[in-house]
Design a protein around this ligand. Structure first.
Ligand SMILES: [Mg+2]
Length: 105
């Protein structure tokens, strides 16, 4: 499945199930889902006391996060395939200057 197909699949799912909301609420939902990924990482390490012990639950939390990011892109009519290509070009330029971090902009 391409990113474009994934965006379409999620757009249709959101419409069929009447899950649409304003982009600002989608952003809050995405932050909430990122928190759930962080919580899962804490569980997988027993709050940093142990080496990471991967749990299957992390897959679903990452999936929730991806879904919510895609709903933001959909609501703003952002083509994620083009956007990811542009981001990779940006990172390539930064790496040539020494690091992928934004300090090189
Ligand atoms: Mg979640």
């Amino acid at each position: 499945m391409t990113i474009k197909e994934l965006q379409g699949k999620i757009r249709e799912f959101s419409m069929v199930h009447n899950l649409d909301s304003a982009p600002e609420y989608k952003i809050l939902d995405t932050i909430s889902e990122l928190g759930e990924v962080a919580k899962e990482m804490l569980k997988m390490t027993n709050y940093g006391k142990n080496k990471m012990n991967f749990r299957e639950e992390m897959k679903l939390e990452i999936g929730d996060l991806l879904y919510s990011v895609i709903t933001i892109a959909n609501s703003l009519n952002i083509d994620l395939e083009r956007t990811v290509d542009a981001v990779l070009v940006k990172y390539e330029k930064r790496l040539k200057r020494g690091s992928a971090g934004s300090e090189n902009d």
